[in-house]
Unconditional design. Sequence first.
Length: 336
Amino acid sequence: MEEQVKKSLFSAVQPSGSVTIGNYIGAIRNFSKLQDEYNCIYAVADLHAITVPQEAAALRKNTLELMALFLASGIDPNKCVLFVQSQVPAHCELTWVLNTITYPGELSRMTQFKDKSAKHAENVNMGLMDYPVLMASDILLYQAALVPVGADQKQHLELTRDLAIRFNNRYGQTFTVPDGYILKDSGAKIMSLADPSKKMSKSDDNANAFVTMSDDKDTVIRKFKRAITDSDSEIRYAPEEKPGVSNLLTIYHAFTGKSIADCEKEFAGKGYGDFKMAVGEAVADALAPIQAEKARLLADKAYLNGVMKQGAESAFRIARKTLSKVYRKVGFYSGD
Ligand code: ATP
Ligand code: LTN
């Protein structure tokens, strides 16, 4: 009889600043929903974070905060492997090998590289260019079949597939070729509150453009009150025509679980002021228990350290198998 083996799934988020409700809706909140169906491996991608300037103390703080947020949003460290990327050296080791089958042109044409080099013109470094190869290593080390990410990461995933196929062709079957995984309900891309034609991003210079997972109730409500809508007064979902209002409806839907149609009905005949207030309240109410749980976890550093240690050990056990196979295939002498 054939045994049903669970597929492996890998994803990561960078500890590069305060996590926004966009990161949460598009990525993090989905992670815990996948943990029963798949072998889930989730990382805090601190090696990726240093490809743009980071302050050491802030990076350490953001790493702990992101770990606590992962746990507070329902990831169970006994069901998943949850770890900090820099604590598992295999990620850098595989990156070196994959670098030798990657062409510079493949990396210099990546949209994220072009955007981030324009934004950090004073620090266009090799790490920024190599970012996608490190990301490919993350995924391939765990033989992940699926990678849940937002649409902005599609190009990186394509490169990961190309590198896996190229290595397998050159050295024999070694890596699982992964697929992207977009959850049915999470196609949602959350847009900036200040300019609904741009995605909500934690590195936006305008703090009113995003709501972070740690904003308090007053801040959340203030930011929604200021959110850009339009001069019309109809609360209707029409992303092209009414991007601001549609974005607020998407956020309301994501945090309340009500369908978009029900949300439209709920606000029929009401003004934008009431609508924005209701969205702000719904978001603040949804964030409150996550913030409380996160604060509780952050106060228990010994527990967090333990989770990270256990996670790094489990990750290392899986990663080591793939890395040994790679080292053997490329001809590194191991002594046995
Ligand atoms: P940065 O502004 O530093 O580039 P970011 O806010 O875009 O960061 P990342 O750490 O690059 O966030 O992304 C983490 C995850 O969140 C990814 O899977 C990404 O696709 C998803 N994500 C980021 N922004 C949004 C958004 N506005 N809506 C939905 N998902 C998002
Ligand atoms: N680049 C990703 C974060 C990331 C990632 C990964 C996502 C690093 N390594 C491996 C999926 C799989 C981002 O979301 N910005």
